[in-house]
Write a protein that binds this ligand. Structure first.
Ligand code: ADP
Length: 351
């Protein structure tokens, strides 16, 4: 069985082909600078033509889609109706969903008869209880406008759960763990009996932990103050919160490796603010879960920096709770979910 995974961004297209018998990557390509000034690659469909794979040899294509809203809570076979619904959802994730959809549209055009499945970053969190996903806002904002916590990085948290279950030799459905995906984007997830019951990202991926360039949690009144009193435009505030805040805003670099080398006061402060935030989420999730079987670190920072891990989980706590470091693999998780989808479809068609 050969499963291809497409992660289509606004100016990039990442393609991986897996042999699912061995989980091996048979082929991998990243096409960048799509549509950028002076780039020879003008469109996503042109990018797809650079993939040197015979599409008739692929059994199924999995597409990463960032936002599934409340509608898409599991891997979904792409058809015209699904494409229309995804277009309607674009306003919830304007930076990501239209680009994800572009990848789907061009792949459908190239291989119309091939099964193509959308896998959503939000799906793993779709069973969070209402008390976790509702904000304490006017209820109409949820009912009429679907303003709620959705959570992201779901494929990564779900992969980490599966790998942690293997390492701990337990069933996923018996596991209570805290997963920490710490990369440029970062999120924490409280998993109870194998299900996400809370996560740090929210209505958008801006909420929660201090990230490379995103602020994470702030008092929402700051946004009003920036607009009303400082006269900043909405786009300016958006740019500051998403692209000029986080580690970059605090100390001038978004890359933990640089920051650890810099050794100046602001760099130390940035690390302290970032790790303190993660620690607060770990503490909150320990309180929610009661029993914690493991704390799992992942993402570029979580996988590589023992120093950061120890600042988040000190030695005393690490004596009580197993600490696992697991390299995440979102593409393999998407491919696996496609396979599970295909298996359940063929079972259904026989019943
Ligand atoms: P993305 O969210 O873009 O996939 P990554 O998961 O690759 O990001 O994580 C990027 C972060 O990981 C950067 O802050 C980088 O400094 C950090 N990182 C990568 N390698 C190391 C390392 N060896 N030690 C410390 N931090 C690292």
């Amino acid at each position: 069985m050969r499963v291809a995974v497409i992660n289509s961004g606004s100016s990039s297209l990442k393609f991986k082909l897996f042999n699912m018998q061995t989980n091996e990557v048979i082929y991998s390509k990243v096409v960048e600078k799509i549509g950028e000034k002076n780039s020879p690659i003008k469109s996503h469909s042109q990018a797809l033509e650079l993939i040197e794979v015979d599409f008739t040899s692929i059994d199924i294509i999995g597409h990463r889609v960032v936002h599934g809203g409340e509608e898409f809570t599991k891997p979904t076979l792409v058809n015209e109706e699904v494409i229309e619904k995804l277009e309607d959802l674009a306003h919830l994730a304007p930076l990501h969903n239209p680009a994800n959809l572009e990848g789907i549209v061009v792949a459908k055009k190239k291989a119309p008869s091939l099964a193509q499945v959308a896998v959503f970053d939000t799906a793993f969190h779709s069973e969070m209880p209402q008390e976790a996903y509702l904000y304490a806002l006017d209820f109409d904002l949820y009912e009429k406008h679907k303003i709620r916590k959705y959570g992201f990085h779901g494929t990564s948290h779900s992969y980490l759960l599966k790998e942690a279950a293997k390492e701990l030799n337990k069933n996923e459905s018996e596991l209570n763990i805290i997963t920490l995906h710490l990369g440029n984007g970062a999120s924490a997830c409280a998993i109870e009996n194998g299900k996400s019951i809370d996560t740090s990202m929210g209505f958008t991926p801006l909420e929660g932990l201090v990230m490379g360039t995103r602020s994470g949690d702030i008092d929402p009144a700051i946004v009003l103050y920036m607009q009303r009193d400082l006269g900043m435009s909405r786009d300016k505030v958006d740019e500051i919160l998403n692209k000029k805040s986080g580690l970059l805003g605090l100390c001038g670099s978004s890359d933990i490796r640089n920051i650890l080398e810099q050794e100046d006061e602001r760099s130390r402060l940035a690390i302290n603010i970032m790790t303190r935030r993660v620690k607060k989420y770990v503490g909150a999730y320990m309180a929610l879960l009661g029993r914690v079987d493991a704390i799992v670190f992942s993402g570029g920072i979580g996988e590589n920096s023992a120093y950061i891990r120890e600042k988040i989980v000190d030695k005393t706590l690490a004596k009580e709770i197993p600490i696992l470091v697991i390299k995440t693999n979102e593409e393999l998780e998407i491919a696996r979910q496609c396979l599970t989808f295909k298996d359940s479809e063929s079972k259904n068609s026989f019943s």
